[in-house]
Design a protein around this ligand. Structure first.
Ligand SMILES: CC(C)(COP(=O)(O)OP(=O)(O)OC[C@H]1O[C@@H](n2cnc3c(N)ncnc32)[C@H](O)[C@@H]1OP(=O)(O)O)[C@@H](O)C(=O)NCCC(=O)NCCS
Length: 188
């Protein structure tokens, strides 16, 4: 039976939990990422693995200007399949108050049920726990990313100009407040 989206007369609640990216779930996470973001920049496709094996992939981190990175997957509570992905990274030489949201997505058939909102809340809280004051994200001004842009705006992100911006790339950031520390449904 097809899932029904929020706003329809028969809303379906999708129960899920969040856990750390691990050797046990990385293949599923990569598969979701590759379906969602099919054209990664050179070397970016190794960043999930680099988050688990920083020493082995130190050249990948360096090439991508990444200092630290940490990812989480959302798993459907009934099937235990990976249905979402989110992560935070910091950039080499960046202001230590900053961190960045990366590979944030929900599997297509599970979209529209509120999972993205919760995953974003979780990521904001994670950034706060890391002691960060700003969560940044870049995306693209296109219909593909319109839901994400709407979601970011509803969560208090604001667009800003960035000298590195090229083409239709846009940057958004959100201040992390004390009130953002509210929940944790992560199983580790
Ligand atoms: C962005 C994304 C993670 C949202 O996940 P989701 O589980 O569908 O999100 P939710 O159901 O929690 O919806 C949250 C908000 O997203 C926006 N949104 C969701 N679907 C939308 C759509 N089809 N059109 C416009 N906005 C939409 C709305 O603002 C919505 O809030 P509302 O329900 O109060 O209207 C998902 O659409 C996705 O994976 N997109 C592709 C990957 C992507 O763009 N990632 C971000 C890269 S920077």
């Amino acid at each position: 039976m097809p899932l029904r989206r929020q706003g329809s007369s028969r809303k379906r609640h999708i129960a899920f939990f969040i856990e750390k990216l691990s050797p046990a779930n990385i293949r599923e996470a990569e598969s979701l990422r590759d379906k969602t973001f099919p054209n990664p920049d050179n070397g970016e496709e190794q960043l999930l693995r680099a988050s688990l094996e920083a020493v082995k992939y130190s050249n990948v981190l360096l090439r991508n200007d990444v200092e630290t990175l940490s990812y989480r997957v959302a798993k459907d509570q009934s099937s235990f399949n990976v249905i979402g992905l989110t992560g935070l990274y910091t950039e080499i030489g960046d202001d230590p108050d900053n961190c960045w949201l990366g590979w944030f997505c929900v599997q297509e058939r599970f979209r529209g049920f509120g999972i993205g909102k919760k995953l974003l809340d979780f990521s904001i809280e994670m950034a706060g726990k890391m002691g960060k004051k700003w969560l940044h994200v870049y995306t693209y001004d296109s219909n593909t990313f319109r839901p994400a842009i709407n979601l970011y705006r509803k969560h208090g992100f604001e667009m800003y100009n960035e000298s590195k911006a090229g083409g239709n790339r846009i940057y958004l950031k959100r201040k992390i407040d004390k009130g953002d520390f509210k929940r944790t449904n992560e199983i580790t």
